[in-house]
Design a protein around this ligand. Structure first.
Ligand SMILES: NC(=O)c1ccc[n+]([C@@H]2O[C@H](COP(=O)([O-])OP(=O)(O)OC[C@H]3O[C@@H](n4cnc5c(N)ncnc54)[C@H](O)[C@@H]3O)[C@@H](O)[C@H]2O)c1
Length: 406
């Protein structure tokens, strides 16, 4: 398997790091518009199969040129989601397979954004399904941890545990703290702001939206993380899961905690979340990019980070015997463990193993994606069976069949 990874940030560098331990990877080129970041990755890995290169994901022709030159089996997009369509289109134009961990962006409903759906996450990608299919290529979209492993948990629940599903709630919570910083998002700052401030997407026998930071529940996360206040957030799983899993309700709830929510609200109120460029004394800069430049780089905070991160799917309905049943299927990563064993912080490591496991299953012919597909389109068991060989684990915790009061 020859891979071209675009984006040498937290997740991209962890993908390269994990892939370097796998013999099915025959060649991996890592690219970034900051060539020094891509170079630092190959310097750390010191493996002749791995090389680095500079590319601007905003330049379609440059992307196509690079893909032709590298001639990979798959392009893995690890840049923030505003470049999804460019990288996705470049791969399609050259006729190469594609993976990402964040879907094409949503556009809020023009007149009623907090009730009605405009353009959903991933809509622009799914619109090209037939073209990808007829070309004989795949685009496996949203194959990180959330979306990604969380969607695979939901598919496993449908196939192996439930006869009827009332609700799938993806719940993400952590006990992570970062020494010396009052505000330090653990992955792409651009994406964190985007997903938390957009109108949250909800599936309730049809898609609709709601107001940010609503739908709060306190969920008791496993493995010592404990209770965390979670709120509805716009996330890919809510666009993906209802397409393949028969559930009455699907939601994504993010354990942001009150302090983080208040800071995001202030950032928004001050206009610092704005992703459009403004002119400052002749200089063009987007306030969100400026803010990201002031905050600690998520890729480098691992040594001062502590605690565990948990991602999972809470599923409630009827079990295979027709009795009320609920469970939380989850994956936990301890930052001390990921730092000690890989030198990558927990959130990016937990994300990065998923595209590498998908590459392994595709390389050995177990998974045969075709066209534009999400993780829940594919057989879940081989993926779940592979997790332990990557040093991680997944678990099923029985829950109150009454659900979590959604
Ligand atoms: N599915 C999941 O579970 C999950 C979890 C975390 C992150 N993600 C996604 O993974 C992606 C990467 O996240 P991250 O935390 O590594 O972000 P990051 O900000 O650490 O890294 C992004 C990298 O992209 C590079 N970049 C930015 N603009 C570029 C351009 N025009 N051309 C080339 N390179 C450019 C940056 O230099 C940086 O190295 C994001 O899309 C994020 O939403 C998904």
């Amino acid at each position: 398997m020859r891979a071209l990874v675009i984006g040498a940030g937290g997740v991209g560098s962890a993908i390269a790091n994990i892939a370097s331990r796998k013999s099915f990877i025959t060649k991996l080129v890592i690219a970034d518009y900051d060539a020094s970041k891509a170079h630092a990755v190959t310097q750390k890995i010191q493996d002749p199969r791995f090389t680095s290169v500079e590319v601007d994901a905003g330049d379609l022709a440059a992307l196509e040129g690079l893909i032709r030159k590298v001639n990979p089996d798959v392009v893995v997009n690890a840049v923030d989601p505003r470049f999804v369509m460019n990288i996705f289109n470049a791969a399609k134009n050259v006729g190469v397979n594609y993976m990402d961990m964040a879907l094409s962006l949503s556009i809020a409903h023009p007149t009623d954004p907090f009730n009605k759906v405009g353009v959903k996450l991933g809509d622009d990608q799914f619109a090209q399904h037939d073209q990808w299919l007829s070309q004989g290529n795949f685009a496996l979209i949203g194959i990180g941890i959330e979306p990604g492993m969380s969607d695979i948990f939901a598919r496993y629940a449908q196939d192996y545990l439930f006869s009827e599903i009332d609700a799938v709630t993806i719940l993400d919570g952590s006990s992570l703290t970062v020494d010396g910083y009052e505000f330090a998002p653990s992955f792409s700052i651009w994406t964190t702001i985007e997903e938390c401030l957009n109108p949250p997407l909800i599936w309730n026998e049809g898609w609709h939206t709601t107001t940010p930071f609503t739908g709060g529940v306190t969920f008791d996360f496993p493995e010592g993380i404990g209770p965390v206040e979670c709120v509805d957030v716009e996330h890919e799983e809510v666009a993906l899961i209802p397409q393949k899993i028969k559930a009455k309700k699907v939601a994504f709830k993010y354990g942001l905690g009150n302090d983080f929510i208040e800071k995001l609200k202030t950032i928004h109120a001050l206009g610092l979340s704005n992703k459009q460029k403004v002119n400052y004394h002749g200089m063009e800069i987007a306030p969100r990019d400026f803010l990201a430049s002031l905050l600690p780089d998520p890729a480098t905070i691992g040594p001062v980070m502590h605690g565990k991160t948990c991602a999972g799917a809470h599923v409630a309905g009827l079990n295979k015997e027709g009795k009320p049943y609920a469970c939380y299927i989850y994956n936990v990563v301890d930052n001390d463990w990921s730092m000690k064993n890989y030198g990558d912080q927990a959130v990016v490591w937990q994300t990065a193993i998923n595209p590498v496991m998908a590459m392994e299953l595709i390389a050995n012919g177990t998974w045969k994606p075709a066209g534009v597909v999400g993780p829940e389109w594919l057989e879940p068991k081989p993926f779940l069976d592979l997790i332990e060989s990557y040093g991680s684990s997944w678990h099923i915790r029985d829950e109150d069949p009454a659900g979590i009061g959604l």
